[in-house]
Design a protein around this ligand. Structure first.
Ligand code: BGC
Length: 252
C-alpha cells in the first residue's frame, strides 16, 4: 500500500496545494491542503512554504511536484509568474533539502496532463492531444499517442502581430486584471485557440486549471473545429499528475 501512495504538490503562482495520492486509482487520500504562494515568490520563500506543506502532511516519503516553469533535469529555465531568481535554480535539490524528502519535479501543466491522460478525459486517446491550463498563466501539455512531449510553452506564443504574449492576453489573470466580461475574455481565448489550431492541428483539446470549471460561461464563443472539452479532474489534476510522475521516476 505504502508504495502506491505519494504526496503530490502543485506549486502555482497563487497557491501551493498538496494531497496524498493513490497512484493506482488517482484518488486523493485526504482533502487537499492549500497555502498561499509567498509574494515575492522567491526560491527561499517558496521552498519554505513547500516544506511547510510537506510537514502539515506529516510526510517523509517520495514527493512529486508540479512547478510553473520549464523544468529540465530538475532545473528551472523560465519564470513567467514567479520570481526571476528561480531561473537556473535546481528545483529538485532546493525542495528536497528544504523538505527533507526526495522530490521529483516537472512542469505543472505537464503534471496536469499526465493525470488527465491516465484518469480523465484523455484516457485511451491516441493522436495529438493538447491540454491547456487556464490560471495565472496559460500552461500547455502535449501528448502524442499518449506520450508526453515535455515543456511545451504554448501559452507563450505571440498573438496580434507579435504584440501580445498569449498568456498576458488570454489567461485568467488577464481576465481579472482587465475586468473582462466572459464574452470579452471568451473571444480572446478563442483567438488564442485559433492560432494554436492553425499551427498544431491537434485531435483533441482539453482545458484544465481553475477557469475550466467555468466553461459554460465561454463555450459559446469558441469556434475552433477541434473537439474541446473541460478536463475532468479540474483542479486536482496537477496534484495527481505530480504524484504519477514521481512514481514513474522512482521506477526508472
Ligand atoms: C509558465 C508555464 C506554466 C504555466 C501554468 C506559464 O506562465 O511559463 O511553465 O506551465 O504558466 O502555470
Amino acid at each position: 500500500m505504502q508504495e502506491r501512495t505519494i504526496l503530490g504538490i502543485d506549486v502555482g503562482a497563487s497557491g501551493i496545494k498538496g494531497a496524498v495520492v493513490d497512484i493506482e486509482t488517482g484518488q486523493l487520500l485526504n482533502d487537499r491542503l492549500r497555502l498561499e504562494t509567498p509574494d515575492p515568490a522567491t526560491p527561499e520563500a517558496m521552498a519554505a512554504t513547500f516544506a511547510e506543506l510537506v510537514r502539515l502532511h506529516n510526510w517523509n516519503g517520495l514527493v512529486g511536484c508540479g512547478f510553473p516553469s520549464i523544468i529540465k533535469e530538475g532545473v528551472a529555465y523560465s519564470a513567467a509568474n514567479i520570481s526571476e531568481k528561480w531561473i537556473g535554480t535546481n528545483v529538485v535539490e532546493l525542495l528536497s533539502i528544504a523538505s527533507g524528502c526526495p522530490v521529483e519535479v516537472l512542469n505543472d501543466a505537464d503534471a496536469a496532463g499526465l493525470a488527465e491522460m491516465r484518469f480523465g478525459l484523455g484516457k485511451g486517446e491516441m493522436g495529438v492531444v493538447l491540454l491547456i491550463t487556464i490560471g495565472s498563466g496559460l500552461g500547455s501539455a502535449l501528448f502524442i499517442d499518449g506520450k508526453l512531449v515535455p515543456n511545451t510553452e504554448l501559452g507563450h506564443i505571440f498573438l496580434r502581430n507579435q504584440k501580445n504574449v498569449a498568456e498576458q492576453f488570454a489567461s485568467n489573470n488577464a481576465r481579472k486584471r482587465e475586468d473582462l466580461s466572459w464574452e470579452e475574455w471568451g473571444i480572446r481565448f478563442n483567438e488564442y485557440l485559433q492560432n494554436i489550431e492553425r499551427i498544431l492541428n491537434p485531435d483533441l483539446i482539453l482545458l484544465g486549471g481553475g477557469t475550466s470549471k467555468r466553461f459554460d460561461k465561454y463555450d459559446s464563443y469558441i469556434t475552433v473545429r477541434t473537439p474541446i472539452k473541460p478536463a475532468e479532474l479540474l483542479n486536482a489534476a496537477g496534484t495527481v499528475g505530480a504524484a504519477i510522475y514521481a512514481y514513474q521516476q522512482s521506477r526508472k
